[in-house]
Design a protein around this ligand. Structure first.
Ligand code: EPZ
Length: 420
């Protein structure tokens, strides 16, 4: 089992080029199932979740050629030979649920096992199911599997989401692009990753429009054709590098990043005492030795609010801040599993319900800790960068799901971190 070994206390400096967004590339690879032709996708980050998605595509009969050096995937779904996702692949990656809409949109049927909860919460799929039923999909289930079928084809519907769920919005869009008639989604998710999926599908001939106030309209078209798309930059990966610099101190530039996607994140670093400079496609941060605590409570929200995926990395930077910060997690019910691991390093964090109070301490000490989940693990790396002595982080397979060699990135900026 691989671990990260981090010796904290070093300032960071230099420049890195961030990769394509995990949460854009997964729905885009899934949506390639809808394309009766070739989709050439650039800036596909080399993540274990990318390989999981490629395995599912191959199982469906889709031809995939992913060159990890060039980060380009060419996907040809002219022939589809299955509408089932094997149980082991569903278990391997919970985000396999993002294949549901594309498979039904293309074949009219789908069989999956329950995606199951994961480390950060139960993650039910009730909204996915009810939206598809409104589009004419019949859903039945056995103890192990869910069966979806639209014998008379998919029809457009007016769907009001009780919550702007990212995955549900994306699955509806994929089911609707070749359905009969118009689909309108109200209270839809507006995350930049959803916008990137829409760009991908419209480049293939879909007719999707973002209107104001979280309303998306989709006119069904007969079929989708070949296209070329470059995946948007990963705003959470960029936030992770910036949080590491805010914690450890230093001067770092993150290239291939969209400051406009990070408007709820960047001001936090300024509130913590760093200076931030933005260009069209880069962010530079200049941080002193010790960050300040956040002056106000930080609440995770749907876009354009502060993203839940950046909560643990900001917390990692606040552990040694001067003062007390408060975070409220409103999106997932179990997204503080990194807290006990940070406490092992001497962090003073008290969680009650969905609120975490982080009292900045002068010193963190190295310890043997675990990555509890993808973003929690990234938070542990950041705590390790500022701790005295050596921190060993286990279960880094979680981190590899969403980051391209996070240790190499931080080491290239001067951190003492190695994969063992
Ligand atoms: C996407 O997950 C992201 N994953 C998550 O990133 C991200 O945290 C999340 O959106 C919120 O931004 C991908 O894009 C691959 P949701 P998703 O549906 O679509 C509840 C990471 O670390 N809900 O917006 O699954 C759900 O339980 C990952 O990169 C229902 O109750 O998130 C959660 O509490 C983690 N019923 C809330 O909505 C449903 O049918 C938000 O979930 C669907 C969701």
């Amino acid at each position: 089992m691989q671990i990260f070994k981090v010796n904290g206390g070093r300032k960071l400096s230099g420049e890195i080029v961030s990769g394509g967004a995990k949460n854009a590339v997964l729905p885009i690879l899934a949506a390639a199932v809808l394309i009766d032709g070739e989709a050439v996708i650039e800036d596909v980050p080399e993540l274990s979740d990318t390989y999981s998605a490629v395995r599912i595509l191959s199982h469906l009969g889709v031809k995939v050629n992913y060159c990890n050096t060039g980060k380009t995937a060419s996907v040809n779904a002219s022939q589809i030979s299955s509408f089932e996702i094997p149980d082991d692949m569903m278990k391997e990656m919970r985000s396999s649920i993002f294949f549901l809409g594309p498979i039904i949109g293309r074949t009219g049927s789908c069989r999956i096992s329950y995606p199951g909860g994961c480390d950060i919460g139960l993650r039910p799929i009730d909204m996915h199911i009810s939206a598809l039923e409104q589009m004419g999909v019949k859903v039945t289930h056995t103890a192990k599997h869910l069966y979806f079928s639209a014998d008379k084809g998919l029809r457009g519907a007016k769907i009001a989401l009780r919550f702007p769920s990212v995955g549900t919005t994306e699955n509806i869009i994929c089911a609707a692009v070749t359905a009969k008639g118009e689909t309108v989604i109200t209270n839809a998710a507006r995350e930049p990753e959803v916008v990137d999926l829409v760009k991908f599908l419209n480049a293939a001939g879909a007719k999707i429009k973002f209107e104001s106030g979280g309303r998306i309209t989709i006119q069904g078209v007969p079929k989708l054709h070949s296209l070329h798309h470059t995946v948007m930059p990963d705003r959470i990966a960029a936030a992770t590098i910036l949080a590491g610099t805010a914690a450890a101190g230093g001067l770092v530039t993150v290239r291939n990043c969209q400051p406009l996607d990070m408007e709820a994140i960047l001001p936090l670093f300024e509130a913590m005492g760093s200076s931030i400079y933005c260009g069209r496609d880069y962010v530079t941060i200049n941080s002193g030795k010790r960050p300040k605590a956040l002056p106000e409570k930080l609440t995770t929200m749907v876009y354009p609010g502060f993203p839940t995926d950046a909560q643990s990395v900001i917390m990692g930077a606040l552990c040694k801040a001067s003062g007390t910060s408060i975070i409220e997690e409103t999106i997932f019910e179990n997204r503080y599993r990194h807290v006990p691991e940070m406490q092992k390093m001497g962090a003073d964090i008290v969680v009650s319900g969905q609120t975490a109070v982080i009292k900045g301490v002068k010193r963190l000490h190295g310890a043997r800790v675990k990555a509890t989940d993808l973003r929690g693990g990234a938070g542990m790396v950041i705590a390790g960068l500022t701790a005295e002595g050596e921190t060993e982080i286990e279960d880094i397979r979680f981190i590899d799901r969403g980051y391209e060699q996070l240790e190499v990135t931080f080491a290239s900026l001067g951190a003492d971190i190695k994969r063992i």
